[in-house]
Design a protein around this ligand. Structure first.
Ligand SMILES: [Zn+2]
Length: 327
């Protein structure tokens, strides 16, 4: 998913309790929640095809996530120890708490990315198989609204932070209101989403205005629980939509007196859009290979025909030439 969502998940997880496990846990949670997307750097070195090849690869795997979740708090700890030795006072960081908080935050990244149709490859480097939930788009306004609202209530303690949240709120509102809508959504749905966004935003601003965050101590937990319930609801709708598609496909097949394709099976095994694209590419390569073989066969056939015709013509000519030579 997008960096804003990962940052909000890291921040909300920290506010839900991980921040109490060690100093700097909030910063580490935000960094670890974003860390697997470091693979986008590959785009700077090799272009978009390199990015497409490496993105959501090893850094999003189980091994990669564990390594990054371990690396970030270890760097913080090493720096903290070095500063403590230099200033001759005990280190601030509690390494074990920071490590566990970092691993939890890092684990949220592949989990969030799995919910897209793009998917992840968690078994790399042993298997490149894609896994995907196909539940939410890469940017989801409801997740932004709920996690962002909760994080805003829990962290907007100073004027500078309020200014930062205001800038983020205005930018995201402009994107939601003026940005292009997802393909396939009707104007009514887009209108409803925009109205929910505005109402939700106003509700959080009013809650902050009346300092309700002091009474809403579990709001971080509630926001994370909302995301899980939201996924559950989408999973149910997703399942229902697939069932409808299978039924309709079977109906169409029956109407056209065709054999019903094993759509259910194919859909269940359908890879993500990207791997589908790759499959299309490999099909194209297969087709190209077949064409090459056909061309080779055709060329070979043509050579055979030419050879045969030249043999037959030479055999026709030969008696003449023999005759001629005999002359
Ligand atoms: Zn990612």
């Amino acid at each position: 998913m997008d960096g804003v969502t990962h940052s909000l998940v890291g921040l909300t997880s920290a506010k839900a309790g991980l921040e109490r496990w060690s100093p700097y846990a909030t910063v580490v949670c935000i960094l670890s929640a974003n860390a697997p997307d470091i693979d986008v750097m590959s785009g700077f070195f090799g272009g978009r095809w390199t990015l497409l090849h490496y993105h959501r690869g090893i850094t999003h795997s189980i091994i990669g996530t564990l390594a990054l979740g371990f690396l970030i708090p270890s760097i913080f700890y090493a720096v903290d120890r070095a500063i403590a030795q230099w200033r001759k006072h005990p280190p601030k960081i509690r390494y074990r708490g920071l490590l566990v908080a970092s691993l939890i935050a890092a684990a949220t990244h592949p989990l969030m990315d799995w919910t897209n149709n793009y998917g992840i490859r968690p078994l790399l480097p042993w298997s490149g198989k894609w896994f995907y939930g196909d539940l939410v788009f890469i940017i989801d306004p409801y997740i932004w609204l709920v996690l962002g609202g909760a994080a805003f209530l829990l962290t907007s303690s100073r004027r500078l932070k309020i200014i930062g949240w205001s800038v983020l709120g205005i930018a995201s509102t402009l994107l939601i209101l003026l940005g292009p809508a997802q393909r396939g959504l009707t104007t009514t749905v887009v209108f409803v989403v925009r109205v929910i966004w505005i109402l939700g935003l106003l509700a959080f601003i009013l809650a902050r205005w009346f300092n309700l965050q002091r009474r809403l101590k579990s709001i971080a937990f509630a926001a994370l629980a909302f995301v899980v319930c939201y996924w559950g609801a989408l999973a149910l709708m997703h399942h229902a939509a697939y069932q409808n598609a299978f039924t309709r496909a079977d109906q169409l097949a029956a109407e056209n007196a065709e054999q019903s394709p094993s759509l259910a099976k194919r859909r269940r095994n359908r890879p993500s859009d990207l791997s589908f694209l790759c499959r299309r590419c490999s099909s194209a390569f297969d087709l190209a290979g077949t064409l090459r073989k056909a061309l080779r066969l055709e060329r070979a056939t043509r050579v055979c025909c030419i050879a045969r015709s030249s043999r037959s013509s030479s055999s026709r000519v030969r008696p003449v030439s023999v005759g001629a030579s005999g002359e």
